[in-house]
Design a binder for this molecule. Structure first.
Ligand SMILES: *[C@@H]1O[C@H](CO)[C@@H](O)[C@H](O)[C@H]1NC(C)=O
Ligand SMILES: *[C@@H]1O[C@H](CO)[C@@H](O)[C@H](O)[C@H]1NC(C)=O
Ligand SMILES: *[C@@H]1O[C@H](CO)[C@@H](O)[C@H](O)[C@H]1NC(C)=O
Ligand SMILES: *[C@@H]1O[C@H](CO)[C@@H](O)[C@H](O)[C@H]1NC(C)=O
Ligand SMILES: *[C@@H]1O[C@H](CO)[C@@H](O)[C@H](O)[C@H]1NC(C)=O
Ligand SMILES: *[C@@H]1O[C@H](CO)[C@@H](O)[C@H](O)[C@H]1NC(C)=O
Length: 377
């Protein structure tokens, strides 16, 4: 753990003070480094550096912690192309741009693609492949499903398959990779029409794969406001096979306000709970940092059951408006929430035994629409 400039040396030596860096992406063009210092049980959160190397519109961060390389995807909201950039991370959290290159067009002209790059250990990378997709006709929600909208790329637990939720096509696309690292499209998972799958996460209850150990996939659907669980198997004929074992609203059995747009889905580090952020449900009033009260969207917590079903556990204020993405720290006692329309990062406390979220221990305004926040531990 890096020693913060805000930790007094003596307090740190006595184990009273610890510090962690976080990186925050904002549509204003910056990646901001935050220093979260905990001293004798109270937290302070400060912005220490800004880097605009991922401009104009940073929208996702991926930290290769062992190598000290941070990758940033830029959506290029009002320009022709997106970009991918990489940064080396100094021990104090300062970022230095290593490499940046254009990618296929961003949302403006709907790139509708999965792009791959080969990475070098020093942070440089080179373009490998674009896979582009088309829709024969718009989906049931014509305004949002006018074209394929690839939303993220995740690996299965064996590392052999790449899965890409496509909000526009109501598919989770599946690819295998071969020794040339090229992605080959396989039979996708077809989800409920009009549900708009956005993000997904794998769960292995035993923490291992293969043999008789079960594997599950949970997909959060933005338009349908649902979470759906699938049991995943690996047929000898190749590819992945899916069997639906669970579905509910992201509130559990209850319905949720019209306009709620679930976004992020994550499993807690102890492998026992699943968390989903609900944007635009305005389910709570919270104390506003600037005084008075403020509407807050929510985060849902579910307990994961061995048969793949979920038990709804808690709905809790996310700390502001539009929790587009959030990250849990390694120990599981803190959740950093990127609140897009509040221009804020909130650090919520979390009870590692019950899995329930608690009050914010710190929060900070970061200019622009916050799109992503990751821990550097
Ligand atoms: C980054 O942050 C600085 C300081 O807040 C701001 O002036 C600038 O407009 C932001 N965006 C870019 C692309 O630099
Ligand atoms: C640490 O916090 C406790 C409880 O708030 C307080 O009594 C104590 O004086 C604090 N110690 C230091 C060194 O600040
Ligand atoms: C940038 O966008 C244009 C227009 O869509 C496209 O033709 C070009 O291939 C893109 N560049 C890259 C590097 O993908
Ligand atoms: C980074 O690594 C790549 C691949 O090994 C190499 O081609 C490139 O020259 C290296 N760049 C720097 C700046 O060392
Ligand atoms: C939030 O939901 C309401 C419907 O309740 C909708 O009118 C509004 O456009 C939504 N806002 C955003 C930012 O998604
Ligand atoms: C950023 O958020 C504001 C509302 O706070 C919104 O009006 C604006 O369109 C957003 N900008 C982008 C680029 O998403």
């Amino acid at each position: 753990m890096p020693l913060s400039r805000y930790c007094l040396a003596l307090a740190a030596a006595a184990g009273l003070c610890t510090a962690t860096n976080l990186y925050v992406a904002s549509y204003d063009g910056n990646i901001t480094t935050l220093d979260l210092t905990s001293s004798n049980g109270s937290y302070s959160l400060k912005a220490t550096y800004k880097n605009d190397g991922c401009a104009p519109n940073p929208s996702w961060l991926n930290l290769d912690q062992p190598r000290g390389i941070l990758y940033c995807a830029d959506e290029g909201l009002s320009v022709t192309n997106g970009t991918l950039s990489s940064f080396s991370v100094a021990s104090d959290g300062k970022l230095s741009l290593v490499h940046k290159q254009n990618t296929i067009s961003g949302p403006v002209s709907s790139g509708s693609a999965v792009s791959s790059f080969t990475l070098a250990a020093n942070g440089s990378f080179s373009f490998l492949q674009d896979e582009t997709f088309k829709l024969a006709k718009p989906g049931p929600n014509a305004a949002r499903q006018d074209a394929p909208h690839e939303h993220e790329a995740i690996l299965d637990p064996t590392g052999q398959f790449l899965l890409v939720p496509d909000l526009g096509a109501d598919l989770v696309r599946v690819f295998s990779t071969d020794s040339s690292l090229k992605a080959t499209a396989l039979t996708p998972l077809t989800v409920a029409p009009g549900s708009g799958p956005r993000h997904a996460v794998f769960w292995t209850p035993d923490g291992v794969t293969g043999g008789t150990s079960p594997t599950f996939l949970y997909v959060v659907a933005e338009l349908g406001q649902t979470v759906t669980g699938y049991s995943v198997s690996y047929p000898s004929s190749g590819g992945l096979a899916f069997k639906q074992v669970y579905t509910s609203k992201t509130y559990g059995s209850g319905s949720e306000p019209a306009g709620t747009a679930p976004a992020e889905i994550t499993i807690s580090p102890d492998n026992r709970f699943l968390l989903i952020s609900n944007r635009n449900d305005t389910a709570f009033n919270i104390d506003s940092p600037s005084g008075g009260s403020e509407k807050s969207d929510s985060i849902s917590t579910f307990k994961l059951n061995r048969d793949g079903s979920l038990s709804f556990t808690q709905l809790w204020p996310a700390g502001g408006s539009y929790p587009r993405q959030f990250s849990i720290n390694k120990y599981g006692d803190l959740v950093a929430v990127g609140l897009q329309l509040s221009a804020r990062v909130s650090i919520l406390s979390r009870d590692v035994e019950t899995g329930k979220l608690g009050e914010a221990v710190a929060s900070i305004t970061v200019p622009g629409n916050i799109t992503c926040v990751v821990w550097d531990e």
